[in-house]
Design a protein around this ligand. Sequence first.
Ligand SMILES: NC(=O)c1ccc[n+]([C@@H]2O[C@H](COP(=O)([O-])OP(=O)(O)OC[C@H]3O[C@@H](n4cnc5c(N)ncnc54)[C@H](OP(=O)(O)O)[C@@H]3O)[C@@H](O)[C@H]2O)c1
Length: 184
Amino acid sequence: MLKYNLIVAVCDSFGIGIKGDLPWHIKSELKYFSRTTKRVSDPCKRNVAIMGRKTYFGIPESKRPLPDRLNIVLSTTLTPDDLPSDVILCRDLESAMQEIEDGDIRDNIENVWIVGGSGVYAEAMKSPRCHRLYLTQIQGDFECDTFFPEIPQSFREVPPDAETPRGVQEENGIKYEYKILEKQ
Ligand SMILES: NC(=O)c1ccc[n+]([C@@H]2O[C@H](COP(=O)([O-])OP(=O)(O)OC[C@H]3O[C@@H](n4cnc5c(N)ncnc54)[C@H](OP(=O)(O)O)[C@@H]3O)[C@@H](O)[C@H]2O)c1
C-alpha cells in the first residue's frame, strides 16, 4: 500500500490559514516546505503534492502548480478545464491514491505529500496510508480562520531526520521549530 506524509505549519492555536493565505510570512519555512516535498533519492523520479481546491488557488498564480512535483487537486466542483493540463483533478483522497497506485505514473513517483488544507489533513491522518506528519510549530498566536484538526493519540514525535534543522529557528522575530511525528 502506497503511504504518504503530511506537512503543515501551525501556530499556537493550531491555525493554518487566513482568507485563503498563510497567516505569516516566513521565507525559510517556505523553503523548507519546498525542499522537503521535492526531495527524492532517485533523480529520475518526482514526488506528488495532494491538496484541496482552496489550498491550490491560495498559492500565488506565478508559483502554481508547485514546480517539480506532480500536483493533484481534490475537488467535487472543479472540472479539468479549470486547471492546467499537467495538474490532476480527483474527487477524493482515496481516488487520488488509487490513480497513483494503479496508473502509469506509479513508476515515476517516489513520495506522496499531503499539503492541506483542513479537511484533507483530517481524512489523511485517519488512514492507514499515513506515515508521518512534518509539523512546523510557529510560536505565538496569529489571526486565523482555518485550523489543523486534532492530532490522533497514535502520533508520536520521532527524532528529526538529517535534512530537518534542529532546535528553535527564528526569522524576523518569529520563532518556530520543526517536528516530525510518526503514526504508530
Ligand atoms: N499553514 C499551512 O501549512 C497550510 C497548508 C495548507 C493550506 N493552508 C491554508 O489553509 C487554507 C486552505 O485550506 P482549507 O481547509 O480552507 O481548504 P482546502 O482543504 O484546501 O480546500 C477545500 C476544498 O477542497 C476540496 N476538498 C477538500 N477535501 C476534499 C476531499 N477529501 N475530497 C474532495 N474534495 C476535497 C473541496 O472542494 P470543492 O468545494 O470544490 O469540492 C473543498 O471545498 C488557506 O488559507 C491556506 O493558505 C495552510
